[in-house]
Design a protein around this ligand. Structure first.
Ligand code: ATP
Ligand code: MG
Length: 245
């Protein structure tokens, strides 16, 4: 079974330490939930795992299936099966989601598939999960609402079927009906063995997924790791209810 292991990862952004010695292990088919106050370092951790140039790994390592991938360039990490959905999605005019995904799909999976066949495959997949295939013809995130951008990311997830998906606030701004579709995709992929690290601020997420592990970050530290009871504690007492290890 696949495993993504984060080992005492320390991350700096703009020379400031924003994550200190974060560790966890995520297995294929598992869902981990990462929560924490604004500015606690959640996005910095995810971005550093993927190799975002603004987030430097200054100590520790990232191991995928026994192989040290800490300093691999982002495209190699993607090829190795890691997928990151950013919290704030950039708009890229001039490239349709289909064109973008067609390239990414071929780079990832190898082999050829004609653009029209790829489009039809994606259209079918989107409809299967109640998602609007119209996103496929739109330019990357351009002119999409916040929630639409997140749904468009989920179509990417469906196309690429990574080993591990790091989803930074994928539920943010998504309406109640679309949210069901988003989590149906996540559950479908989880059953196929994809491991998920979800960052969320919403306890309501528990209505849709059953996380195997919940971690709480404060000031760049993972201060608690446990089960769903942590989400309950946070809902009731805020992050002050979570005491440090
Ligand atoms: N590119 C950057 N340059 C400088 N500092 C940064 C950068 N990105 C994040 N930081 C700082 O790192 C800290 C953690 O930010 P991060 O975005 O990881 O928080 P977060 O837990 O994802 O918060 P939120 O819940 O609001 O998304 C903050 O103090 C932030 O100001
Ligand atoms: Mg964030």
């Amino acid at each position: 079974m696949s495993e993504l292991s984060i080992q005492r990862l320390t991350v700096a952004a703009d020379k400031k330490t924003v994550v200190t010695e974060a560790s966890f292990a995520l297995k294929g088919g598992e869902i981990h939930l990462l929560m924490g106050p604004n500015g606690s370092g959640k996005s910095s951790l995810l971005n550093a795992i993927m190799g975002h140039p603004k987030y430097a790994v200054v100590k520790g390592g990232i191991v995928l299936d026994g192989e040290d991938i800490t300093h691999l360039p982002t495209e190699k990490k993607a090829k190795a099966g890691i997928f990151l959905s950013l919290q704030h999605l950039p708009e890229i005019a001039g490239v349709t989601l289909t064109n973008f995904l067609h390239k990414a799909y071929r780079a990832q999976k190898g082999g050829e598939i004609a653009p029209l066949d790829f489009y039809k495959m994606m259209e079918t997949r989107a409809k299967e999960f109640g998602m609007d295939p119209g996103f496929l013809k739109k330019h990357l995130n351009t002119g999409l609402s916040g929630g639409e951008k997140k749904q468009s990311e989920v179509l990417q997830l469906l196309a690429l079927e990574p080993k591990f998906a790091l989803l930074d606030e994928i539920d943010s701004g998504v309406d109640v009906d679309a949210l069901k579709n988003v989590f149906a995709v996540i559950e479908h992929l989880r059953k196929k063995g994809v491991g998920f690290l979800l960052v969320s601020h919403y306890a309501k997420l528990l209505e849709h997924v059953h996380p195997d592990q919940v971690s709480v970050m404060k000031n760049g530290d993972i201060v608690a790791t446990g089960g769903k009871e942590l989400v309950e504690q946070i809902s009731q007492g805020g992050f002050d209810a979570i005491s440090s290890l």
